[in-house]
Design a protein around this ligand. Structure first.
Ligand SMILES: [Zn+2]
Length: 114
């Protein structure tokens, strides 16, 4: 698990993004939530990336325990679809970050002395 540890700053940044996208609502029940939950638990190989996290209330976070989001939600397809939508959004963030790195590299190359 130590291989994908995140620091307090990264954790706060993740929480800010989660709270905003989820509008402060638990991904599992819709009540106000303020904890980070792993979609796939660390015990089963889930990592600490934003892609593997949702906002959850304490009751759901503790109730879900070592279940995956899919196991915990069962037939609640609406909630599962929201989680998939969140992951699509995060994929977009990664694509945007990649794009910015590539743009910076191109501009650095064009400014390099000949
Ligand atoms: Zn909840």
């Amino acid at each position: 698990m130590s291989r994908n540890r995140i620091n307090a700053h990264q954790r706060r940044a993740q929480m800010a993004r989660l709270k905003k996208w989820w509008a402060g609502e638990c991904a599992y029940c819709g009540l106000p939530g303020d904890t980070l939950d792993h979609i796939i638990p660390c015990a089963y190989g889930g990592d600490n990336s934003l892609m593997n996290k949702v906002l959850a209330c304490r009751a759901c976070n503790e109730g879900k325990d070592r279940m995956t989001a899919e196991e915990y939600l069962g037939n609640s397809t609406y909630r599962l679809r929201r989680i998939r939508a969140w992951q699509v959004y995060v994929t977009g963030l990664y694509a945007e970050a990649e794009h910015q790195v590539a743009a910076k590299r191109r501009s650095a190359e064009s400014e390099a002395p000949l």
